[in-house]
Design a protein around this ligand. Structure first.
Ligand SMILES: [Zn+2]
Ligand SMILES: [Zn+2]
Length: 196
């Protein structure tokens, strides 16, 4: 949170008064969210302690964030900031759940074979119906196609993959290299993202 230094006034910081019974006048700055005035040490907004917050949040990453915020000595409890953060946490948890459901669900319809096949993964796993191939296809359809870089990658992939497939089909060794060092780590990353 950027500190707005243009506006300031000299007065007693409420946080200093409540926490340290310090009533000496200091230079105060307005919080851009709740519009309260605080000394530089107490200016950063932090979560207002809400009893149920810890039980509501399931994501360990967010739990850690909440724990840290609650223990922080600086900053001031800021209600608009808390509301904003709770929304962000809810949205992220909701998005992750949706992504997990989508990635694990089988592709809805089969389009032209060029569009639906994952040539390299299929060649490596021997069949396009392997679960791993399904996850990779969903990853491509749901995530890669959403960005320009992803679409460029997909197109490049379809241009070079016939050549790679030709090479793979001749060697079990290359198949196992690709399976263990490229596809497995990618699947692992995807699963990690989904399970959290
Ligand atoms: Zn203060
Ligand atoms: Zn505030």
């Amino acid at each position: 949170m950027a500190i707005e230094r243009r506006k300031s006034k000299r007065s007693v910081c409420n946080e200093c008064r409540v926490r340290n019974t310090d009533v000496s006048p200091k230079r105060l700055y307005p919080c851009q969210l709740c519009e309260g005035w605080f000394c530089e040490y107490h200016l950063t907004p932090k979560l207002v302690y809400i009893r149920d917050l810890r039980s509501v949040i399931k994501d360990p990453k967010w739990r850690l964030f909440v724990e840290k915020e609650i223990k922080r000595d600086d900053g001031h409890p800021c209600m608009p900031y808390t509301r904003y953060k709770i929304k962000e946490i809810e949205l992220e948890e909701h998005a992750e759940q949706e992504l997990m459901t989508k990635l694990l669900s089988p592709p809805k319809r089969v389009r032209k074979s060029r569009d639906t096949q994952c040539f390299i993964a299929t060649a490596v796993y021997g069949t396009q119906f392997a679960r791993e191939v399904g996850i990779l296809k969903n990853f491509r359809d749901l995530i890669l196609t959403k960005s320009l870089a992803g679409r460029v990658f997909i197109n490049a992939y379809y241009i070079i993959s016939p050549l790679i497939v030709h090479i793979i089909s001749k060697s079990c060794f290359i198949k196992s290299i690709i399976r263990n060092f490229m596809i497995k780590p990618l699947l692992h990353k995807l699963k990690e993202k989904m399970v959290v």
